[in-house]
Design a protein around this ligand. Structure first.
Ligand code: SF4
Length: 721
């Protein structure tokens, strides 16, 4: 139902920053989306994606208007519009047919993560069919950070108190593009005299403001963190009380860091030893806040790198205090979507859950003891293509464009095309939905209700459905529970996994008994009581009940229990690879206009960021005879795929290192791939390992690469795009 014209508080969930918004309706249409200055989390910060991309997505002529069934060969672009009844009945029948032939675990879901309700819906749908398998993108973004945080026992992800910090240690993160709330807070802290230590190969806006900027070789950050630990321990700068009372393994950590005096770490990482020493003193002075990004995630040594930084947070006592890293608080009785997946009430029998693909090799990531209980994506892709360890033959994807966002695009497309059945819920046609059998239209963040916890501000946020869905779009909760009821009429007991009769009932179940539901709806957020530093009361969720510098959890799965440095992958490559692929590739640089693969069809975004770019240092450009604006091919060792991008010459990237974004495809291009095999960097990346021993993350940066000019005839898009 459309609300009366007026302005409504809401929460933007176009990305995980969750900014407080004000949405204005005029003539029953969304006329404006903007920041909510009274929101205690975002404090008026906002970005252009919330202002422009969300309403344009909602009213886009490219939006899928109704469910569709493929009517021609896979990828032919031939579709018949069908009713929801037809779509969900067919989906139920086809999923059950695959299940009958190959077994329940042959079904798999895919979603971005379980941070949003759609993640829980997809996972529960799979469980209701008896499959433990669902995939998420977090092995590529945030997973190493989350796992390190969990096994160390800190519980600080998302709780950076940047506003009150005296020293921000910003590692592998460009908050100016990735998180306007954090960036505004950092700038306010800087104005009040806070120091910035930035560790990043790229000269980001934060690096430009830094008091100390260290530019490490990609993948070598752990050496710097271990050396800062060395200085802090040797100089007795750590918080002795905190270490004695609340940590375990300090002596072992001291022994490990003894191998990393500044001179050695400086050589390993290619930075100045003096900078390491000064950074250690500054950070230990505190209160200090560790601000990290995906620049040190999605490496095959990502967890150990984060472990080194998390030990820094711990031994300096920057845990759960003003200006440090606040532990995640929650209202009484509150459940997030990940909690549901770990709740025994919604669990599969242990022998079934143990079959989760990848759980045998990455038990802290995949399966019942894994972080979000998901599968290991590369293992799923292999199972689809080889039938081993068992066949995977049908997939349901919601709100994620995995044909673009997973590494090794050719392999991902081959796997998806080989499935017996593929259903995709999406806002618009993407390279993933183009090869589906059934496509379902989803609601946007202006059309559906969502509740979420904001750990940096100790509030619960509310996304307000200010308008009815366009066309036949429905929310994930709505059509997934509808599908579950149809499965029930076909003999599958789905009630256990979907006991809620409405989204309102589901949200009330999540909120617990402390949050004032009326206040939450009225102001778009609701506070709850919390305490800082209540370690006696809250404890630490580790086997020892303390922060584990030496991790019993890692030791139990055969992983080094102490934070470790590993030689970056590029330095481990063979002499011939180093000769043929002489540059180091960094991917994932953020663009303010796009979120991952989204909004690529929006004219304003394409005007601001019209081309996929590769930053290259002037010395490298000279050597390779490249000019600004040249189109080039990027290749990495061992991969056939080639990504085509435009050169931008800048000193923002270091000599020898080239830097690009991710998520590019061309909605206007011909064919089902829509440019995903041309301009998408994932076509040149491998998903086949080496993998982080904890998360199974593949290296998506720090890779040896080469760049070569391409002829005019091979340029994938024109200047007028
Ligand atoms: S940063 Fe932008 S896209 Fe993300 S929640 Fe805030 S306004 Fe929305």
């Amino acid at each position: 139902m459309t609300k009366p014209d007026g302005t409504y508080p809401s929460t933007c969930w176009e990305c995980s920053t969750r900014c407080g918004s004000l949405v204005t309706l005029e003539d029953s249409r969304v006329a404006k989306v903007g920041p909510n200055p009274d929101h205690p989390g975002s404090k008026g910060a906002f970005c252009v994606k919330g202002i422009r991309a969300l309403p344009e997505l909602t009213y886009s002529p490219n939006r899928i208007a109704s469910p569709m069934r493929r009517s021609g060969p896979r990828g032919s672009g031939q579709w018949d519009a069908i009713s929801w009844d037809e779509a969900l009945d067919e989906m139920a029948d086809r999923l059950l047919a695959v299940r009958a032939e190959y077994g329940p675990e042959s079904l798999v879901g895919a979603v971005s993560s379980a941070f949003f309700s759609r993640g829980a819906m997809v996972a529960l749908l799979m469980r209701s069919l008896g499959s433990p398998n669902w995939m998420m993108n977090q092995d590529l973004c945030g997973g190493c950070r989350a796992l390190s945080d969990k096994v160390t026992g800190l519980g600080i992800v998302g709780g950076e108190d940047v506003d009150n910090t005296r020293c921000a240690l910003i590692v592998g993160r460009n908050p100016s593009a990735a998180d306007p709330v954090q960036w505004m807070g950092l700038k306010r802290a800087k104005e009040k005299g806070a120091k910035f230590i930035v560790i990043d190969p790229a000269e980001t806006p934060a690096a430009k403001l830094a008091d100390i900027w260290m530019r490490p070789k990609p993948g070598s950050d752990a050496a710097i963190a271990l050396s800062m630990l060395y200085v802090i321990i040797e100089e007795n700068l750590y918080d002795r009380d905190f270490v004695e009372n609340w940590t375990r393994g300090f002596d072992e950590l001291k022994q490990r860091t003894a191998d990393y005096p500044p001179a050695r770490a400086a050589e390993l990482a290619g930075v100045s030893a003096d900078d390491i020493v000064t950074a250690a003193w500054l950070y230990a002075g505190g209160p200090s806040c560790f601000v990290s990004g995906h620049g040190i995630d999605a490496f095959s040594n990502g967890v150990q790198t984060f472990r080194a930084f998390h030990c820094l947070v711990a031994i300096t006592g920057n845990v759960d205090g003003k200006g440090g890293n606040i532990r995640v608080k929650r209202p009484r009785g509150f459940r997030n979507y990940i909690d549901i997946l770990h709740d025994p009430e919604f669990a599969l029998p242990p022998d079934v859950a143990a079959k989760t693909l990848g759980a045998d090799r990455f038990p802290l990531w995949a399966g019942p003891k894994g972080w979000q209980t998901s599968a290991h994506n590369p293992t799923v892709l292999d199972a689809i293509l080889t039938g081993k360890p068992y066949p995977v033959r049908a997939m349901y994807v919601s709100g994620v464009n995995i044909a673009v966002t997973y590494p090794d695009t050719r392999k991902v497309l081959a796997a998806l095309k080989s499935l017996d059945f593929l259903a995709v819920a999406s806002h618009m046609m993407t390279p993933t939905s183009e090869i589906a059998d059934i496509v379902l239209p989803k609601t946007t963040g202006l059309e559906e209700e969502e509740v979420s916890l904001e750990p940096s501000a100790q509030i619960v946020c509310y996304t307000n459905p200010v308008k009815p869905p366009e066309g036949a779009a429905r929310s994930d909760f709505d059509f997934t529970t509808d599908l579950a009821r149809r499965l029930e009429t076909r003999g599958i007991d789905t009630r256990k996994f979907f006991p809620w009769e409405s989204k309102q009932a589901f949200n009330e179940y999540l909120l617990g008994d402390e949050i004032d539901w009326d206040l939450l709806k009225k102001q778009g957020w609701a506070p709850f009581d919390f305490k800082l530093g209540n370690f006696d009361e809250a404890g630490f969720k580790t086997p020892s009940g303390k922060i584990e510098l030496w991790s019993e959890t890692l030791d139990a799965v055969g992983v080094d229990p102490l934070p470790a440095y590993e030689t970056p992958r590029a330095e481990q490559s063979s002499p011939s690879d180093r000769k043929n692929f002489p540059l180091i590739l960094i991917t994932g640089a953020r663009e303010k206009t796009y979120h991952h693969s989204r909004y690529r069809d929006q004219a304003w975004a394409r005007k601001v960021s019209p081309f996929p770019l590769l930053q290259i240092h002037p010395d490298d450009a000279d050597r390779l005879n490249l000019a600004d604006g040249d189109w080039i091919a990027v290749e990495t060792a061992g991969m056939d795929g080639v990504c085509k991008v435009k050169v931008t010459i800048t000193r923002e990237t270091d000599a020898g290192t080239v830097r690009t974004g991710m998520g590019w495809w061309l909605p206007e291009a011909d064919g089902p791939e829509k440019g995903a095999l041309d301009v998408n960097v994932n076509v040149a990346l491998s998903y086949d390992g080496p993998w982080d021993p904890v998360t199974g993350s593949a290296d998506t940066r720090g890779l040896p690469c080469r760049v070569t000019p391409i002829p005019e005839s091979e340029i994938p898009m024109r200047e007028t795009a």
